[in-house]
Ligand binder design. Structure first.
Ligand code: SF4
Length: 343
């Protein structure tokens, strides 16, 4: 028996692919009793996915540090003294080696990140080569390079790029409190170009930056009401980094609130991969298990994210074995149908 919040008009709509969610509906979902929320999320999850399978991506930082942007959570911004050195662009062979190592450990996708406001002319051809080489290894490719113009999007599409990551991070209202060097609309514009080119979009947010509960609902509403839901929705728990303006935010987020966001994302975007991203080190195994029950079905896999620590892959394997979770195989990924997400 579902509770009053879920037993209303809303109940009949849960599980449908929709793009017209109201804030009140999203709040009602998020705020219902925890057990009802998790039950609904798991029910929706089972309509579209194998509940015991998780997709795994590995992140490689192809160009770290020295970024011109001022994202208040980021160790790579040149504006903050975080001790992170600016490094040169990674060589093509090093990326290939990392891709092979990630594939060996079972990752199906290589996400390559560069700390840029937007890609520069000099380095862009090398990025295109990286996409082609990683594709040739049979892996999916994902990039995060900052804002893109239409010509760059077209070149990435021609190189065979599968995914482009461009996080919205938080609600439009809270956005200027976290980033002032670009606008929420700038992000939406790049996402729109990428979607129009037929590249899968990976876009999510960060929980725990001082935003209100309503900002989380607003962020989810923006994703849920996009014409195409992002194919991947990474939900990050802030990892406060010394030297950044958000360093003092450690331990400020309740893990149940984080799990509520995951579950609500699953219900709003039934066919998207909901990724448990940065901040997994802050979660107990039990909290991670609840995230999977709430519909998370993708993780970053490998001992490091771009600059912050991640659980060791051996630890993940042990947790998956305890939960009876399998890592999605490459063949399955390539045959996957995410028809609502990308035409
Ligand atoms: S999050 Fe990306 S854009 Fe923002 S400062 Fe870090 S590297 Fe730059």
């Amino acid at each position: 028996m579902l509770n009053a919040a879920s037993g209303s008009n809303l109940e009949s709509k849960v599980g449908e692919i929709r793009h017209d969610w109201t804030l009140d509906e999203i709040r009602a979902l998020m705020n219902q009793p925890f057990n009802d929320l998790i039950f609904q999320a798991q029910t929706v999850h089972r309509q579209h996915f194998n509940p015991n399978e998780v997709q795994t991506s590995t992140l490689v930082n192809i160009k770290s540090g020295g970024c011109a942007e001022d994202c208040a959570y980021c160790s790579q911004s040149a504006r903050y003294d975080t001790g992170l050195e600016k490094e040169k662009m990674m060589a093509l062979q090093d990326v290939v080696d990392q891709a092979l190592a990630a594939r060996e450990k079972g990752a199906t996708r290589l996400c390559m990140g560069a700390a840029w406001r937007n890609p520069n002319k000099k380095d862009f051809p090398l990025v295109l080569d990286m996409v082609k080489m990683v594709k040739s290894l049979g892996m999916e490719t994902c990039l995060t390079l900052g804002m893109l113009d239409t010509d760059q999007v077209q070149q990435l599409k021609a190189a065979g790029l599968d995914y482009y990551n461009h996080n919205l991070d938080t609600s439009e209202a809270f956005y200027p409190k976290v980033i002032t060097t670009r606008s929420f609309q700038d992000r939406l514009d790049t996402i729109d170009k990428v979607q129009k080119a037929g590249i899968h979009v990976c876009s999510g947010g960060i929980i725990g930056m001082g935003e209100a509960h309503s900002d989380r609902a607003e962020l989810l509403k923006t994703f849920a009401n996009m014409q195409q839901h992002p194919s991947s929705v990474p939900i990050n728990l802030l990892v406060p980094v010394e030297g950044t303006p958000l360093a003092h935010m450690r331990g400020k987020t309740d893990s149940f609130e984080f799990i509520r966001v995951i579950a609500t994302a699953r219900i709003l975007m039934p066919k998207s991969y909901v990724r448990l991203s940065a901040g997994r080190m802050e979660l107990s195994d039990e909290a991670q298990a609840l995230c999977f029950l709430a519909g998370a079905n993708s993780i970053f896999y490998g001992d490091k994210l771009l600059t912050t620590d991640n659980p060791e892959s051996d630890h993940d394997q042990t947790l998956f074995a305890k939960l009876g979770i399998n890592m999605q195989a490459l063949a399955k990924v390539h045959g996957d149908d995410r028809s609502d997400s990308v035409a």
